[in-house]
Design a protein around this ligand. Sequence first.
Ligand SMILES: [Zn+2]
Length: 294
Amino acid sequence: MTSPVLALDVGGTKLSAALVAADGEVTFARRVPTPAAAEALFAALVDVVDGVICDAGSPALQGIGVSLAGWDELPLREGLEERHPGIAVRVRNEGVCFAVAEHWLGAGSGSANLLGMLIGSDVGGGLILDGRLIDGGTGNAGQIGHVVVDPVGPVCSCGGIGCLQAIARGPNVVAWARDHGWVAAGSAAEPELAASARAGDPVASAALALAGTAVGIVIASAAALLDLDLVVVGGGLAESGDVLFGPLRRAVERHLCVPYGKRLEVLASGIGAHAGLVGAAALVHRGDAYWSGG
Ligand SMILES: [Zn+2]
């Protein structure tokens, strides 16, 4: 029997670890808040990992997979390799892990040419073409959030102008709505904005339509470039439902006009809350298929 993978999901707000079996079953999951200070991150990670390994009775591990959002990869990987000698550690950003999770067990199961997109506090993504995970030069291929959608648009966290992320990341969509008169309680965020839009609020609807349209335009461009079968969209803002996906699909229809684009499907995430852990585990469990063409 194949040993489980120790999977870690290092997010901006939470830190999760679990064992993930070869069939994707997640067990012994633990979760803590992500420490604010980068120096405290590794200690918190070690605590969570040791807890999972102890709960599980120190099982043999197939490897360690890490889904990473917004942190430097190298010290994390080296630290894990030092603590778990002889065990392969694979680290990719959360967008890549989302894409492989959807490809393995979610909406992208069975699709050979897939773009996974995460629209949350950032906009990320990962690419699978001909069944292979596309890494690019530094393992960051698929970073669709930094594709330019409006050359005179807002400034992005990367320093660029008019990136998709600057327009469609959840907090920016909420900020746009507030700037245009959407009135909501102090901490109201993406779920409240989506509820407002569904209730017919015109500003909330316009904010999500703007984001959905921008996402749709970028999907159309990506599909024209890469001849994709499928785009799977997940992340917090994607839970808005039709108020986001309606304008998104209309933009894809309007802008993706090449004949081979007609077959493109755009689906909402099918993998649920454990996507980061499942994707991190897939880096190891499915590594041979993704990187060796098997
Ligand atoms: Zn950018």
